[in-house]
Design a protein around this ligand. Structure first.
Ligand SMILES: Cc1cc2nc3c(=O)[nH]c(=O)nc-3n(C[C@H](O)[C@H](O)[C@H](O)COP(=O)(O)OP(=O)(O)OC[C@H]3O[C@@H](n4cnc5c(N)ncnc54)[C@H](O)[C@@H]3O)c2cc1C
Length: 402
């Protein structure tokens, strides 16, 4: 399908979020000529903290970014206990420490800078450029600031433009988005907070609070509550205090240690269904564009990294074995088919599980909440460990980029 030359694969990456940047880094290191389109005026991260589990780390290793990421997230903070608690602090379920031994928590701003630095000037990055459409034949269209329509054709178009993906509209079964029924606040404390080695989530009735320590002792936290999709609060801090101010320590301290301007709320959306393929012609989807999921397993970003690693590994093989003369190669189509076969089942399974966890966490009424807590309490450790492993661990394609 695609005519690849020894001069390199010409790739457009639409979107400079985690998935797009990671893919761009992997592709340029394999010799592809990459152009990144980003609608924002600068490449920047949204949100506050990000939890990355074993699969995401494997992906970063494969992309040649593992050592830098570990250096960024290595710290003295040690987690002794994790799991789920009730608002009074009672442990409902403990996650075995070894099951999350590789978990890392990173400030999203720092992670974005790492990706941008790794890309350096190896790719052409067109910020302030919103892509209007992409076609399966590789054509990418956008409009200049002066209103002039532009078009360029690439060997491959990577749709990494997130949950609201414009590129995804080229897929006839684009399911669109739906509201999960709850909204989430996120924040990072101004300075270190002593967690006593304990972290995880606390589940109330249709409310949750999550705690994750950054390497420097600051705490990334999130708070979730059932609410209408469009909820307007005049004082977000007061709402948070009302919902979580009487919960176990150190939740009240974490809230008061966070500057109000560092707290952001958003409605939780996910893809309303599942795509039947992540590939159409020369277009391939990665990250939230392919499988935007609820954040209940902390896996959206990790899945995007796994996508990037898998895609780049498959294409690296194609680029490595290109003949020296300019020649059409159909290896790209094979690499894309293999990417779809390997990535779609896993990412869609995790999205389904993540949704289920949200549904259970937000069951209505005190009776169902008590039943939920009792079930959590009774879940045997081996079953929990198995479940965690299945979600978090990923063998990955091995180290492909150095
Ligand atoms: C509350 C919450 C907590 C979360 N916690 C975690 C966690 O702990 N761990 C984890 O792994 N994941 C977590 N996630 C999920 C994670 O944030 C996302 O999965 C991840 O950021 C998606 O990255 P992406 O690069 O695919 O998309 P995005 O981050 O959405 O990036 C898309 C980029 O494309 C650009 N763009 C969009 N449209 C266009 C266009 N038409 N033309 C050009 N550019 C365009 C955007 O400006 C943006 O820069 C969480 C999500 C939420 C909401």
């Amino acid at each position: 399908m695609t005519s690849v030359t020894a001069e390199g694969l010409r790739v457009a990456v639409i979107g400079a979020g985690i998935a797009g940047l990671a893919t761009a880094v992997g592709l340029v290191r394999s010799g592809a000529a990459v152009t990144v389109f980003e609608e924002a005026p600068t490449v920047r991260s949204g949100g506050s903290g990000l939890t990355v589990f074993a699969g995401g780390l494997r992906a970063l290793d494969s992309l040649g970014l593992g050592a830098r990421f570990r250096a960024l997230t290595d710290g003295d903070v040690r987690l002794l206990r994790g799991g789920q608690r009730a608002p009074d602090g009672r442990w409902l379920a403990r996650i075995p420490a070894d099951a999350v031994a590789e978990m890392r928590v990173v400030d999203r701003g720092d992670f974005h800078r790492l990706l941008v630095d790794a890309l350096g000037s190896a790719a052409s990055v067109r910020t302030g450029t919103r892509v209007d459409s992409a076609d399966p034949d590789g054509a990418v269209r956008w409009t200049t600031a002066d209103g002039l329509p532009q078009e360029e054709t690439f060997d491959l178009v990577v749709g990494a433009d997130g949950m609201r993906s414009q590129v995804r509209t080229a897929f006839s079964d684009d399911p669109g988005r739906r509201y999960a029924g709850y909204g989430a606040w996120r924040g990072i404390t101004r300075g270190p907070v002593d967690l006593g080695g304990e972290a995880g989530e606390t589940w109330g009735m249709r409310t949750r609070f999550g705690i994750a320590p950054l390497a420097d002792g600051r705490v990334y936290w999130f708070a979730v509550a059932t609410m209408p999709e469009v909820a307007v609060f005049h004082d977000e801090t007061a709402v948070l205090e009302g919902l979580f101010g009487t919960w176990h320590d150190p939740i009240p301290e974490i809230l008061s240690a966070t500057h109000p301007t560092a707290v952001h709320r958003l409605p939780i959306l996910e893809l309303a269904g599942h795509l039947s393929s992540y590939v159409r012609g020369r277009i391939v989807l990665v990250g939230d564009a392919a499988h935007a999921m609820t954040p209940n397993l902390g896996q959206g970003g990790g899945q995007g990294l796994e996508d990037a690693a898998q895609l780049c590994a498959g294409l690296a093989d194609v680029l490595t074995y290109l003949p020296p003369q300019r020649a059409p190669v159909d290896g790209v189509a094979t690499a894309l088919a293999s990417y779809d076969a390997l990535r779609r089942p896993r990412s869609q399974r995790i999205a389904r599980l993540s949704r289920l966890i949200g549904d259970v966490a937000h069951l209505p009424g005190p009776r169902l909440t008590r039943v939920r807590d009792a079930v959590l309490d009774l879940t045997p450790e081996p079953a929990l460990r198995r479940q965690i492993r299945q979600v978090q661990e990923w063998d990955g394609p091995g180290v492909h980029v150095r």
